[in-house]
Design a protein around this ligand. Sequence first.
Ligand code: KIV
Length: 277
Amino acid sequence: MRTTIHTIKECKKQKRKIVALTAYDYSTAKSLDNAGVDVILVGDSLAQVALGHENTLSLTMDEMLHHAKAVVKGVKNALVVVDMPFLSYQVSKKDAVLNAGRCLQIGAQAVKVEGASKDILKTIEKMISTGIPVLGHVGFTPQSVNALGGNRVQGKTALAAKDLLSQAKDLQNVGCFAVVIELVPSEVGALITENLDVPTIGIGAGSDCDGQILVTDDLLGKFMDFKPSFVKRYAELGKNTEDAVKDFIYDVQNGKYPQVNESFFMAEPEAEKLNKR
Ligand code: KIV
């Protein structure tokens, strides 16, 4: 059955942890959905993980939609959330609603935006009143990497922690159905989670959040440029891929691939005719 934003909100009431992962393509999305994750985020981390950019800032709306369309095709049950790229929602409310609307038109169920400034809150309100469910995002917000001075843990002082709590409350008050909390001390993840009625989904935010999200390529050991310290690897697909490709290179170079069972043959009379020529 299709997960909706109401299912996600119910999880908090029922104390059932929400499981969320990223996907940028059809086959990965299908595997995540078959495995039973609740939320599939077409994260703008695709800029780094799938497109090789240094950060998320250069991803365009068209690139995001290209990947999101593939993800949507692979998912039957999970809630598909599209991450709004940098500049697709910060410049004007009109652009924001049009761009977010395009995400719903291709079959996603919600969008995610970063931050909780006054302008962003107004934009979120407009999106929600247009019928577009919004997932909020506080703490380390990668699109502000330059303003934040790098990939740093946020909310390390009591004052900063209280500010993050008030941002998360603002997001709840304008109607976000859940809030992602990224890269904060566990105490801050717990504080925000206890004080919100909507669910929190943590990434590097401790175990008390109502759910957890990771970048799938990190979890699978597929993205090997760096490993954030909060990531737990459940597989080593990057290494396995390299090993498998080395085996293929060996087989091809040594005439071990393809074998008879991996080849096609003509019917005998045709083969004979061919040989007589
Ligand atoms: O883009 C992304 O992958 C994210 C995280 C919350 C996983 O925003």
